[in-house]
Ligand binder design. Structure first.
Ligand code: GLU
Length: 613
């Protein structure tokens, strides 16, 4: 197709989409006219030459800038992630970890990097048990806001590994735009202010955190400029000295020190318990390159992240469970019922079998086998929701038409609802789908003094109570099980979709629901992203957004589904997830889709943009 024809066909697509995409246009700034303005943002963009989508317009612009200057998708993804460390410091940054999924156009192959945080060598199996009571510490705010929950960060090592393996820029250049952004500042929006306020009590308990994020004792005002000079200098230092400044150099000593002796504000009532991270743990941290998970769904190849994340196995198993159900032929209520039931079944298996494969024998291949999927699928009654929790199955390689579940103890999920996802693609057809996190919104609440970034509380993703039968029990040097689900879908061997989301264990259901919306329920990608969400994670009730409850409660109640409002005491919004996604259009075009409303709306852009102009 000639560029002219491509433009014409994409413009037609754009017109079709015009009516669907709320949330475009410039972001709101409530400050006076001379106040700084945030960049314009669009929830949907169509064009060619490469694309980026993330939750933040500054970060997306940084990624697009890298692509325009000739960088590839990996360069753009790292630059975007580094910028998210500036503008979304409570969700992601060099104090955390994540999972990077990459499609190489040259090799026609999907690769992954596991940059998950890791338990320190000295972490005891009962680290989360209060010796005074013999029961787990109060999860929030005590355990979350502590050195005990800080794992060895993997994000910087992920960027370094991705760039060295597939990038064209050195780390120094890839993080430079983010350093400049931290230095000049970004315009505070509602989301940043409300996330800061949600964390005010625990941020004020820790001296360097209060100093950085609560200047003058309050969260930065909407419309004001928030600069993080300390982070700018940290990025510069890493740019000059490489990741060893972080893993072996001065930063390593400072991180170990702040975890061992968190600097508490005098008079605070929060315990802020010391943790176990040492310079030796940092010095030996390594990312893992491993094969992606892969399943076939409706003729497409769906690639995801293998354990230590449960994302790839759980999304993949659920799709296998749904395969015989042929969702596209079902009514909306029947399709949603099957989606909820498949989620519950795959969550039962996630809980029973998935952990860090270096420590537990995870039956990844069997969990993703068509035989196991069919056996589990048979458990779904077409008209009746099963009593929850459903039992896990037996992924042992021998499958009956309809085997019942097995008995295993369930361990509750204690994952946070933070994190961020980005997607990037370039003109050569390479694609990145990357989810990164510091776990809780605001991570451990511990800022490394003078360095401008928060440390994660990722180790709270381990089960709190030690149980030798639990694949996700605490063990030294182990990676806690994640739900992050960066996904890439190929059609006839070529990229078709890339997507992912934040949201703790709801990440899995959000990715699954968005995929089925797009692939089976006749929605365009922006519609699939915007559609109201519900999440069934093998619990008695289904958490759902208000719009989902309004639209589907009457239809789903007859099956026995009980819908309850999503969200918890910590977050003001009853939202599930925040997707960033790409679709690869015939003729070489890109459709980039971010959230129109959730988290204040995300930002999608393409290099040569046809729509919106
Ligand atoms: N810690 C979670 C995980 O690894 C992600 C946290 C979140 O999304 O809030 O799955």
């Amino acid at each position: 197709m000639t560029p002219k024809k491509l433009a014409a066909s994409l413009t037609v697509g754009a017109l079709v989409l015009t009516g669907l995409t709320a949330g475009g246009g410039p972001a709101q700034a409530t400050a006076e006219s001379h106040a700084p303005k945030p960049p314009a943002k669009n929830a949907t963009a169509i064009g060619f030459g490469g694309a980026v989508a993330s939750v933040d317009p500054e970060a997306t612009n940084v990624g697009i800038g890298v692509l325009r200057r000739g960088g590839n998708a990996v360069d753009a993804a790292v630059a975007t992630a580094a910028a998210l460390g500036v503008t979304e410091p409570y969700s992601a940054g060099i104090g955390g970890g994540g999972y990077f999924v990459y499609y190489s156009a040259k090799h026609g192959k999907v690769y992954t990097i596991d940059g998950r945080e890791t338990a320190p060598a000295a972490m005891p199996a009962d680290a989360f048990i209060n010796p005074a009571t013999g029961t787990p510490y109060t999860f929030f705010p005590d355990l979350v806001t502590s050195g005990v929950s800080v794992g060895v960060p993997g994000t910087l090592a992920t960027w370094d590994s991705a760039l060295k393996s597939w990038g064209s820029l050195p780390l120094k250049k890839a993080i430079k735009p983010a350093a400049e952004l931290a230095d000049r500042g970004f315009v505070v929006d509602e989301t940043f202010r409300s996330q800061t306020l949600d964390n005010k009590a625990r941020f004020s308990a820790i001296v360097p955190t209060a100093k950085l994020f609560l200047p003058g004792g309050d969260a930065p005002k909407v419309g004001s400029l928030f600069k993080n000079k300390e982070l700018a200098r940290t990025y510069d230092l890493i740019g000059q000295q490489g990741p060893s400044a972080f893993y072996r150099g001065p930063l390593a000593g400072e991180m170990a020190k702040v975890v061992k002796t968190p600097p508490k504000t005098p008079g605070t009532t929060l315990p802020v318990m010391p943790g176990h991270l040492t310079t030796a743990d940092l010095a030996k941290y390594k990312v893992l390159k491993q094969d992606p998970t892969k399943i076939k769904y409706d003729g497409l190849d769906v690639y995801g992240m293998a354990p230590s994340s449960s994302g790839g196995t759980t999304v993949g198993e659920a799709l296998n469970i749904l395969t015989p159900k042929k969702l596209s032929k079902l009514s909306t209520p029947d399709a949603l019922h099957n989606y909820l039931e498949a989620s519950a079944l795959s969550f039962a298996d996630r809980g029973a079998y998935v952990g860090d494969p270096k420590f537990v024998d995870v039956p990844t291949k069997q969990l993703l086998s068509k035989g196991f999927g069919a056996e589990r699928s048979c458990q779904i009654d077409p008209k009746k929701a099963a009593a929850k929790p459903v039992k896990p199955g037996a992924p042992d390689g021998s499958y009956d038409a309809c085997a019942p579940g097995v008995n295993k103890t369930e361990h509750p999920d204690t994952e946070g609802l933070s994190t961020t996802h980005l997607v990037a693609s370039d003109r050569w057809g390479n694609v990145v789908s990357y989810t990164l996190t510091i776990e809780q919104t605001g991570g451990s609440g511990i800022t490394v003094p003078g360095r401008g970034f928060l440390l994660n509380n990722e180790l709270t993703d381990f089960s709190a109570v030690p149980d030798p039968a639990d694949p996700n029990r605490i063990e030294p040097n182990k990676r806690p099980r994640s739900s992050m689900s960066p996904t890439i879908v190929l059609k006839h061997g070529k990229p078709f979709l890339a997507l992912g989301s934040p949201g703790g264990s709801t990440i899995i259901t959000t990715v699954l629901q968005t995929l089925t919306n797009r692939l089976d329920r006749g929605m365009t990608l922006p519609e699939a992203v915007a559609a109201p969400r519900a999440s069934q994670r093998n619990t008695a009730s289904v958490t759902a957004e208000p719009a989902f409850i309004d639209a589907y409660e009457d239809q789903l109640t007859p099956y026995g589904h009980k819908l309850v409002l999503a969200g918890d005491a910590l977050t003001s919004a009853a939202e599930i997830g925040a997707v960033a996604a790409l679709e690869f259009l015939p003729g070489g075009g890109y459709l980039a889709a971010a959230e129109p409303k959730r988290r204040g709306g995300g930002s999608a852009a393409t290099v040569h943009q046809l729509w919106p102009r």
